[in-house]
Design a binder for this molecule. Structure first.
Ligand SMILES: [Zn+2]
Length: 190
């Protein structure tokens, strides 16, 4: 490891803290004094990914991260979200206790997480992972998302029963008070 700024090979550690299943170290270059961060994590023994063509490949967090990062590029997600998704999936994989995991399973896990985070990132990932060959497949995925969303908004619009009652009550009161009549319903819509 060399300093990312000047390439020097020696540093001092200025801060070190445990983060979920790893250690984060803040380092300072002994030559140019630049500061940067390194992460150290335990590499559990042997987890292999079975590819579609049956080949086995050692699980790589970097590859997983790269795929998620690409899908999330320029999306308005809080910083650290992409790493968190990769961390969660990696942890889940190791927790499963399996030695071999089909790549399709990992792909589905990523899709599941992206679906709840960002629909554009989800569609981007799906288009690569599911290898959309035509617009129909893409449309199906988008339709599923849209129908899922309208389900949510329907139930959400049914939820505020109380506010509607209040709104009516306020409207009644407003009729008595005159001026408040026009103001109250607009307020209660929020
Ligand atoms: Zn340096």
């Amino acid at each position: 490891m060399n300093c990312p700024y000047c390439g020097y090979h020696d540093f001092k550690v200025i801060d070190s803290r445990n983060i979920n299943e790893g250690i984060r170290r803040r380092r300072q270059c002994l030559k140019c004094n630049s500061r940067f961060t390194t992460y150290e994590r335990l590499q559990p023994a042997g987890l292999f990914v079975i590819k579609k063509d049956e080949r086995r490949e050692e699980f790589s967090r970097d590859k997983l991260l790269a795929g998620i990062r690409k899908a999330c590029e320029k999306r308005p997600l809080p910083s650290g979200t992409v790493d968190k998704v990769a961390d969660d999936i990696e942890a889940e994989l190791y927790r499963s206790g399996k030695i071999e995991i089909p790549s399709a399973v990992i792909g589905d896990m990523v899709m599941e997480k992206l679906k709840s985070l960002d629909h554009i990132a989800y569609i981007r990932f799906a288009s690569v992972y599911r290898k959309f060959t035509d617009i129909t497949t893409l449309k199906q995925v988008v339709d599923t998302l849209v129908s899922g969303e309208s389900e949510v908004s329907t139930s959400a619009s049914q939820l505020p029963l109380l506010p509607t009652e209040k709104l009516e009550e306020l409207a009644k009161r407003g009729q008595k008070k005159g001026r408040a009549k026009s103001e109250q319903p607009t307020k209660s819509k929020v």
